[in-house]
Design a protein. Structure first.
Lengths: 339, 616
């Protein structure tokens, strides 16, 4: 297959459809990153299927020159699971948003992760409903003033990474729309993962929630407020690399390096631990005052994907009993002759 | 046939038919008892129909009225169409079962009671003020008072079982009695027990002993003076098996997959009374069947749509509440024009309704219950065995026309069983599948001129990359389109495609009189009682015809013509009048409904009474 694989460029994955996201939308950056990464994966173009639900992010398949399925609100994981079960050889990617995957489709999201179906889920998190014009979403911060919450929302938000880890997803990562090299690197890691890969992409909605991630993305704030996780590396952040994360009992704490505190005291990131508890602690840093927001791969563990297990059973049955014989099946059990 | 020596004073009577009902507490094993009697009866060669009737609660408090579970079987030397309006033999394991079932025992019928369960407390649980064994209220029946628990314990005393385990065998004592009463052998049940209790031979032995003891008890007791022979029925020659509706549906889906040459995918969420189809199909892995127990009803159909897109024969199974949840996804299947089979095993509603009881009130939901114009072909099975054939027909239509298809079955068909003539493989319909492979000139929404089907273009096929979705599409290219005239054209095309299915539907040929005073129009499981009533009434000289509609959308092309050949049209339905509403609207005929919504099938006598009322 690889011998005859055409050399693809980004252009091969672009469609002739006019992209209808608002000018300045973060979705453009995500689309561009995906279109850049797909040609580099060594996979025939016809093997890609992009599945989505409803919302701004879910227009994604129309702009990818691959097989695409624009489903219904929240149900992309179900449709994608059916595709992957039917054809494990396909590379099935799900494009979804915070409303699509965490509100109306929350159930499907956790179950696809629990089962470890070999799908790549890109959750575009802009903390707002865009396509319905500006209502608060399940990831909006408490007190969010939006179209449907003139007095501020009273809902407590989901932390998508915590949720994914709670469902014991085997691959959990985060990147940001405007961090292009980082985003592409995370997408490649997700592509290489066998099993469910969950990637939260922090994304700006410049119309209804502009600047939602400014604290992370502004040039002078980025290194202060984010921490890039690297497997096997100590957790260090800050413009001057002068702060770190230390484990203290069942909590994390931010410590300043120096005055007796060295890198050796810091938590070393281990994405491959089978117990998701430490990754969960990392996922809780965002929103905690004084803590940086983690980006990168929080968890990456191996487990045989769901579709493989399902086909193992089918192939096992065929190996044991031989291919099904319809005539024998119809005549199974107690039968009698009428003459 | 039993070969026991019959004492001189005993008589063996040859009769034509009999109906038995086993009833007791949900924990008494009545469904197993009934199934075993059914299996033996089927193997003997009688025609039969069954009606398992059980509560929604797994174990309502023991001995109470809501906890009563029953199983009725009607078997005969001639054709059987219903489980019987009333029964010849009633086996009641406790006062609650007696109280709720006695009304259906024929005057003079055999009543076998477990007198061990008629103590003061048992009567109280059944809310009976007086002991019916003492107040002569049972004088009109041939009462057999049997100490079932005591006799079973006595039979099993040497096995070393605890009292509770011994008591659980008393249903087999009763089964043994019924085998004696109808001169049946116990071999098939022996085989079943060996298989069921393979790992626990002691329990198999205990049940066999209890059954033998029941049989011997009748032999030894002077009380039983007569036993009955019901000769085998003269069925169409062939090989037969006993089959339930859900079992037939599962077999039909596997058969369709084999005929189509594509693997079967079932996305399903457990729901009564549809779960048995999921259970059944989960065994057939060597046929390449994938069963996916989804997290909810929506994911069940969503996964099936995904599997259909990827080229599998995709199916989802459910009942009313689940059907409601699948509605939006059904609309998606209509829009993306993929083959999909949706099985609704109807139950009493609305909402949770009567989960274990039968009804056919989801017809209009199947036909119209989606937003906007979203037509779907709808089929209904008429007998348990017919579920097999309807499954094949639904798969054929879905693939040929690239449409979702709804199958309507119901709780009565699902759990009821009948002898089923096993077809030869060459009797099964062809289901040709053509996947698009040629990239040259490929348009996702180009249409076949005859069927209006669009091409089935699978992901993974080089050069066919395209996008599908729920947004309105440009005719031909499938690109998103908001053009008003294109939308109207697509609405009409989707409707015309479903209407085109009518070209495959054979003309209706009414049973009974081809024209006359009255046409009975039914659909689904009313087939049995309507057929039985029709036969009885025609023997009285009435000129009646009957059509049972298998295709409910589109309707057979000659239906309008058939309706006009009779002076009156009556439509019996287990709803408030859904098909009759449709027939009146579509054909402008003065059809009248005959409706029953009690969670129970029609009795033959009820339909006969209606016929007599209409024709008097």
């Amino acid at each position: 297959m690889s011998a005859t694989l055409p050399v693809y460029t980004k252009k091969d994955f672009q469609t002739d459809q006019e992209v209808r996201w608002c000018p300045g939308c973060g979705d453009y950056a995500i689309l561009s990153a995906v279109q850049s990464v797909f040609p580099e994966l060594g996979i025939p173009k016809e093997k890609f299927v992009v599945v989505s639900g409803i919302g701004c992010s879910s227009r994604f398949p129309y702009y990818m020159n691959t097989f695409g399925f624009h489903g219904i609100h929240g149900r992309a994981p179900a449709i994608a699971s059916g595709i992957k079960l039917a054809r494990p050889d396909l590379e099935v990617w799900v494009a979804t948003g915070d409303g699509d995957s965490l509100a109306i489709g929350g159930n499907h999201t956790i179950h696809l992760l629990r089962r470890n179906v070999g799908l790549k889920v890109l959750l575009f998190n802009n903390r707002i409903y865009g396509l319905t014009k500006g209502q608060y979403s399940p990831t909006s911060e408490q007190g969010k003033k939006a179209k449907s919450t003139p007095f501020g929302s009273v809902d407590r938000p989901f932390h998508p990474l915590s949720l994914a880890l709670g469902a014991e997803a085997t691959f959990v990562a985060r990147s940001v729309d405007v961090f292009q090299p980082h985003l592409k690197a995370v997408l490649k890691r997700a592509a290489a993962h066998r099993g469910a890969a969950f990637v939260e992409v922090l994304q700006n909605c410049n119309i209804f929630n502009d600047g939602a991630w400014d604290q992370l993305t502004e040039k002078e704030l980025r290194e202060e407020n984010t921490i890039a996780l690297e497997h096997g590396q100590p957790l260090i952040f800050g413009k001057n690399k002068d702060r770190g994360i230390r484990l203290s009992g069942l909590e994390l704490e931010v410590v300043a390096l120096g005055h007796g505190v060295t890198e050796r005291d810091l938590l070393v990131h281990d994405a491959q631990r089978s117990n998701p508890a430490l990754a969960f602690l990392l996922s809780r840093m965002d929103g905690t005052p004084g803590f940086p927001t983690p980006i990168g791969v929080l968890r990456e563990v191996e487990a045989r994907p769901y579709e493989a297990l399902v086909h193992d059973q089918i192939e096992g049955a065929i190996a044991k009993k031989g291919k099904g014989d319809l005539e024998a099946l119809l005549k199974a059990g107690d039968v009698w002759e009428v003459r | 046939m039993a070969t026991t020596d019959v004492p001189a004073q005993r008589r063996r009577e040859v009769i034509d038919r009999a109906a038995i009902r086993f009833c007791g507490d949900s924990g008494d094993g009545m469904q197993i008892t009934g199934s075993q009697f059914t299996n033996t009866t089927a193997l003997f060669g009688n025609d039969l129909a069954t009606f398992p009737d059980y509560p929604a609660e797994i174990r309502a408090p023991a001995g109470t009225l809501p906890g009563v579970s029953g199983f009725q079987i009607n078997f005969a030397a001639t054709d059987v169409f219903t489980p019987g309006d009333s029964v010849d033999v009633l086996v009641a394991m406790n006062p609650a079962a007696l109280k709720t079932n006695l009304a259906d025992l024929k005057p003079g019928g055999v009543l076998i009671l477990n007198t061990d369960a008629f103590k003061e407390t048992d009567l109280k649980k059944a809310q009976m003020a007086r002991n019916p064994l003492e107040d002569h209220s049972l004088d009109g029946f041939r009462l057999f008072e049997v100490e079932l628990s005591k006799l079973t314990r006595a039979a099993l005393r040497d096995l070393g079982l605890d009292a509770r385990s011994m008591d659980r065998c008393k249903n087999f004592f009763a089964l043994g009695m019924c085998y004696w009463l109808y001169n049946r052998t116990m071999e098939a049940t022996h085989r079943w027990l060996d298989e069921k209790f393979g790992a626990k031979p002691l329990l198999a032995e205990a049940n066999k002993l209890a059954m033998k003891a029941g049989y011997a008890y009748c032999d030894a007791t002077e009380a039983f003076q007569v036993s009955y022979d019901i000769p085998p029925a003269r069925l169409t020659p062939g090989t037969y098996r006993n089959l339930s509706g859900n079992g037939a549906l599962a077999l039909g889906l596997v058969a369709a997959s084999q005929r189509a040459g594509i693997p079967l995918f079932l996305g399903s969420y457990p729901i009564t009374p549809a779960s048995d189809v999921l259970h059944e199909l989960s065994h057939y892995k060597e046929f390449g069947v994938t069963t996916f127990q989804a997290e909810d009803e929506i994911a069940a159909i969503g996964s099936a749509i995904g599997a259909a897109y990827a080229g599998l024969l995709a199916v989802t199974t459910t009942s009313g509440p689940g059907m409601a949840l699948k509605t939006e996804a059904l609309g998606l299947a209509v829009a993306v024009e993929l083959p999909l089979v949706v099985c609704n095993i109807q139950r009493g509603g609305p909402s949770t309704g009567l989960p274990t009881k039968t009804e056919q009130a989801d017809l209009l939901q199947a036909l119209f219950g989606r937003n906007s114009e979203a037509p779907i072909p709808v089929l209904a099975a008429s007998t348990p065995g017919d579920c097999f054939w309807v499954a094949l027909e639904a798969c054929r239509i879905a693939i040929k026309y690239m449409v979702p298809v709804i199958i309507l079955s119901d709780g009565y068909l699902a759990n009821g069983a009948e002898p089923w003539k096993i077809p030869a493989l060459d009797e099964l319909p062809e289901i040709p599948v053509r996947f698009r492979t040629d990239a040259e000139g490929f348009l996702p929404y180009a249409r076949d001129p005859v069927t209006l089907a669009r091409p089935w273009a699978l992901p993974g096929t080089p050069g066919l990359e395209h996008r599908l979705g729920g947004l309105e599409k440009q005719d031909g290219s499938g690109a998103i389109s908001y053009d008003p005239l294109n939308h109207e054209r697509m609405v009409q095309l989707r409707a015309a495609k479903v209407a085109a299915v009518a070209q495959d539907i054979p003309d209706l040929v009414p049973a009974g009189d081809p024209e006359g005073d009255l046409l009975l129009v039914g659909w689904g499981s009313t087939y049995g009682p309507i057929t039985a009533a029709l036969r009885a009434q025609r023997e009285k000289g009435r000129r009646i015809g009957h059509v049972q509609l298998r295709h409910l959308n589109p309707l057979p092309r000659n239906l309008g013509n058939v309706l006009r050949r009779y002076r009156q049209v009556v439509v019996p339905e287990m709803n408030l009048g859904q098909l009759v509403w449709l027939l009146r609207a579509k054909y402008l005929v003065d059809a009248q409904g005959f409706n029953k919504v009690q969670g129970k099938p029609f009795k033959q006598s009820e339909i006969e009474a209606k016929i007599e009322e209409v024709l008097s």
